[in-house]
Design a protein around this ligand. Structure first.
Ligand code: UDX
Ligand code: ADP
Length: 473
């Protein structure tokens, strides 16, 4: 018999755990929710008085934190206490791609998941429902189960402190920048599991704000796999449209028109057809790599090769952009100043993981230019980390460090630049003051738009040479 859920613990206070628990706390005032993390700096930021200092930026998030924090939502480093008190534990830790050893570059590194399972096994008391929330390779629940089994002390055992576990998969489908909207009004909530009672307990929580017909239940493995496949399909659409963008440029056609024309077919649909510098973010590349690894593992090498093309096209698209910029700027950008507008992997987030800006910036630096970077939400230290400035300085190539300017405003960024490249579609890049920007730049000035944010006619009228991704002529 599973007791009524009163206390929830979420391990991992990152992009997934933070927003998910905030929305849950908002709608479930009877639940006490404790978000724990081993990173004390992060927890301190979640508890900061000034809501502008929260460790992640998401529209509408700070308002909910302001409303619920220290009422029914708490952030803490006391992992042991909150695991032991919880009736339900969400695992929302990071699962990056393995860097070394077997499966390096493809398989997920599950060391954080494993350590969570061990912590839960050691500290949990009574019956605990363990919910996989992070994206995980299919069959990860088996790993968690086998670790928890070692710690299980059944209720009919004479010992006082019994421990039993139920495992559920409840993958997140939130996209950064719209995380709160996605959580408030999800397309579906997926719950995979083997025990009806545990599934019902989690379903009951979601029913506080999600309609019954949107809550889908499956077995554990279908739920785990669905998450990988959803991301693989989304990424595949982006690689498909990006591959066509190159063809448009050579055939005097226009990628926006093509996307609109095909998207009106209801079987295709209009979403996720924006050509750009390739997909970034912590999920797409990691999940497809994972899928490739799993397919190869099961001997489905052709299937693995098929999905690998999605990643290869993504990488090719980024290289292609740098090549075009160099070609347009008379074959060399050495010592020219190039302004990059946007470093986050998409707008309305400060996340830079796998951002296309990283590869494009690295390639541009490699060509010897001076890079001036402006992003409204990404901090200088994040850019330095993403561009591995530390590694570069270890290699004593100080020229590259001196070649990056971190600007606080667009005007400061473009001063004396030869070219501006839009790499993230932040709202205000749709309304650039072309006249002013052009007057601050060195002529002939270039505008490279990889996100379809620029009105090229207007920009040309103000003196710019313009290149737009996916547009011929
Ligand atoms: C994704 C999934 O959308 C989400 O369901 C899952 O839970 C996590 O991974 P996220 O990575 O936050 O979310 O962002 P998403 O909006 O999917 O965008 C990913 C990348 O694709 C971004 O770099 C974005 O700029 C790019 N993209 C998206 C395009 O280039 N074109 C599009 O049409 C859509
Ligand atoms: P995601 O995008 O999946 O949320 P993040 O990196 O933003 O990933 O957040 C994951 C968080 O999980 C990090 O803050 C990390 O410190 C935390 N974490 C990882 N392993 C553990 C663990 N065993 N115990 C507590 N916190 C953990």
């Amino acid at each position: 018999m599973i007791p009524q859920i009163k206390k929830v613990c979420c391990i991992g206070a990152g992009y997934v755990g933070g927003p998910t628990m905030a929305v849950m706390a908002k709608h479930c005032d009877k639940l006490e929710i404790n978000v724990v993390d081993m990173d004390s700096r992060k927890i301190k930021l979640w508890n900061s008085k000034n809501l502008d200092d929260l460790p992640i930026y998401e529209p509408e998030l700070s308002e909910i934190i302001g409303e619920c924090r220290n009422k029914n939502l708490y952030f803490s480093t006391d992992i042991k206490k909150h695991i032991s008190e919880a009736d339900m534990i969400f695992i929302s830790v990071n699962t990056p791609t393995k860097q070394k050893g077997i499966g390096a570059g493809q398989a997920s590194d599950l060391k954080w998941i494993e350590s969570c399972a061990r912590q839960i096994g050691s500290y949990a008391l009574g019956h605990t429902i363990v919910v996989e929330r992070s994206t995980l390779p299919v069959k990860t629940a088996e790993t968690i189960k086998s670790i928890l089994e070692v710690h299980t002390v059944s209720i009919d055992n004479d010992k006082k402190d019994y421990k039993e576990f139920s495992i559920l998969s409840n993958p997140e489908f939130l996209a950064e920048g719209t995380a709160i909207k996605n959580l408030e009004n999800p397309d579906r909530v997926l719950i995979g599991g083997e025990e009806e009672e545990a599934i019902s307990a989690l379903k009951l929580i979601y029913k506080n704000w999600v309609h019954d017909h949107k809550i889908l239940t499956t077995d554990l493995w279908s739920s785990e796999l669905s998450k990988l496949i959803a991301n693989a399909f989304l990424a595949q659409r982006i690689s498909s449209i990006n591959s066509v963008s190159a063809l448009c440029e050579l055939t005097d056609s226009n990628i926006s028109d093509v996307a609109k024309a095909i998207g009106l077919d209801t079987r295709i649909g209009s979403e996720f057809l924006n050509a750009g510098p390739g997909f970034g973010g912590s999920c797409f590349k990691k999940d497809i790599s994972n899928l490739i690894y799993i397919c190869n593992h099961y001997g489905l090498n052709q299937v693995a090769d098929y999905w690998e093309q999605v990643i290869l096209i993504n990488e090719w698209q980024q290289k292609r952009i740098t090549k075009i910029i160099v070609e347009k700027l008379y074959g060399t950008i050495s010592e020219k100043k190039i302004t990059v507008l946007g470093f986050a992997f998409k707008p309305n987030t400060n996340d830079t993981r796998e951002s296309p800006s990283i590869n494009v910036c690295k390639d541009l630096l490699e060509e010897g230019c001076i890079l001036s970077i402006y992003d409204p939400k990404v901090k200088k230290e994040q850019i330095e980390n993403a561009l591995e400035i530390q590694n570069i300085s270890n290699n004593l190539d100080s020229r590259k460090i001196n070649n990056i300017i971190f600007a606080n405003t667009i005007e400061e960024a473009v001063m004396d630049s030869d070219a501006v490249i839009v790499l993230t579609d932040w709202d205000h890049f749709y309304n650039l003051d072309f006249k002013k920007i052009n007057s601050l730049m060195r002529a002939p000035s270039w505008l490279f738009d990889t996100r379809n944010t620029i009105d090229s006619d207007q920009a040309k009228l103000c003196g710019f040479n313009v290149w737009k991704l996916g547009e011929g002529k």
